[in-house]
Design a protein around this ligand. Sequence first.
Ligand SMILES: [Zn+2]
Length: 150
Amino acid sequence: MTSDPNFAVGATLTLPCQFCGAWNRVKSQRVLDRPKCGECKKPMLLDRPFPLTDATFARVIAEAGIPVIVDFYADWCGPCKAMAPELDSFARKHAGSAFVGKLDTDRNQATAQQFNIRGIPTMIRFASGAKTTEQSGALRLAEIEKFAGV
Ligand SMILES: [Zn+2]
């Protein structure tokens, strides 16, 4: 198990399947077990930052039983690329305690505008459906952990 303060036994995440779009409820401590979509049976791929969109963002955040860290990024952004492996490591290391999402700010401008994203990468931490903290700039693993409170 883990000593992470955010770890919550029985907490769930509600996530759209990346293949068929069906919504699935997944136990947050099982994200590394390659859960399958209940609809199309394809793997959910939850061991890495999960792509969120304007269409899925609000529900994922609202129904998450553990804190969600969202990386607001763009494909052309060098510092975003530099931070990606650090964020991948964070997602695996703290699976079950914090969930990592990513939002392409070019393709999902409504959400980026809603949170007033001016520079990227920007990370926002959400807990119980509400924004708790925000930080801009590329971070290393230890800094992401500090930001996430894990
Ligand atoms: Zn599916």
